[in-house]
Design a protein around this ligand. Structure first.
Ligand code: 8YV
Length: 317
């Protein structure tokens, strides 16, 4: 008798190594475009779902999966998953903290340098022949020895601090955590007023929606730059676009957007003051492999009845 594999729902593009393991051990159903094509007996009995930072797993979906017991998220952020519903239904949710923090911090520094030294534009200047026809590229702006304001000093924020210290930056933060040697600002507005670079690293929780609004941008001021490597929902994108258009702030480096993968046309047009990336903070082969390994370890723990490795804090206890 051929072995019957259990079913598993996948709601994200899993890293290749994880995909291979899942396909070897499970009957996988890709539900990125919905569950309409999935046989009803699979939906009725399926216990495990693999999701991603971009996945929306709401009450409506969970209600269609009565036996769902584990959502293993390929990503540290899980703002698309309705945790109240998961809790009420006894569904465990795991994420992938720590393994991606350094990678996202690296990308943050890359965004800061790209923005201050105008690297995408400078690259285009060479390729289009303008260097030859027009002469030297305009002078840009120094990043080292300036001031960084970190909004949310969690795991990723602390990795960013480590890196920015090497640039001799003066660093302050606003948030719940604490870090020796990093000044805590009493309010977000004071942090924005202090900063040359305001770096957003808070989770995309409802209480953080539009945390960076017109007032914060006003406080950041005409020499200030906003960096967002967290979630698009944390920034009021309309207010940001207007602030950039009107020179209220100097620029923005964004890896995340409010309506991904849609990015506002007005933001795209501001090539001299924005650097825009397609949500690639953790997207290296090595880090995605590590994230996939942690997802797999959580699935194995679930299957063998052992404690999950990285249950999200809201569902602990
Ligand atoms: C990924 C992320 O884009 O970890 C997160 O929260 O946003 C990213 O690492 C995403 O989760 C990949 O599925």
């Amino acid at each position: 008798m051929p072995e019957v594999k259990p079913n598993l729902l996948i709601k994200t593009k899993a890293p290749p190594s994880l995909q291979q393991k899942l396909q070897a051990q499970f009957n996988c159903f890709d539900i990125r475009k919905g569950i309409d094509q999935v046989p009803s007996e699979v939906l009725e009995h399926c216990e495990i779902m693999v999701a991603g930072g971009e996945s929306r797993v709401d009450q409506e979906l969970m209600h269609k999966l009565p036996k769902l017991r584990l959502i293993s998220n390929v990503g540290v952020g899980y703002d698309g998953i309705d945790l109240n519903c998961a809790k009420a239904r006894g569904i465990a949710v795991t994420n992938t903290p720590d393994v991606l923090s350094g990678e996202v911090a690296d990308l943050c520094v890359a965004l800061m340098l790209s923005l201050s030294r105008r690297l995408p534009e400078a690259d285009a200047y060479v390729r289009s022949g303008r260097w030859e026809s027009e002469g030297p590229f305009p002078l840009t702006c120094r990043m080292s020895k300036t001031r960084a304001g970190i909004v949310g000093l969690g795991r990723i924020g602390r990795e960013i601090v480590k890196r920015l210290k090497a640039f001799d930056m003066e660093i302050a933060f606003y948030g719940h955590h604490d870090e020796p040697g990093v000044q805590r600002m009493p309010s977000l507005l004071e942090l924005a007023a202090f900063a040359d670079y305001l770096i957003v690293c808070v989770p995309g929780r409802p209480e953080n929606k539009n945390l960076i609004d017109a007032k914060v941008l006003q406080a950041l001021g005409p020499n200030g730059r906003l960096i967002n490597i967290a979630r698009g929902s944390v920034v009021d994108e309309e207010a940001l676009t207007t602030a950039l258009e009107q020179g209220v702030i100097a620029g923005a480096g964004l890896d995340v957007f409010a309506q991904e993968p849609k990015v506002g046309e007005r933001l795209c047009k501001l090539t001299d003051r924005t650097v825009l990336l397609p949500h690639v903070g953790s997207a290296t082969a090595q880090t995605r492999q590590a994230m996939g390994d942690l997802v797999w370890a959580n699935i194995e723990a679930y299957l063998s009845g052992k404690p999950l490795l990285t249950l999200v804090p809201e569902l602990k206890g």
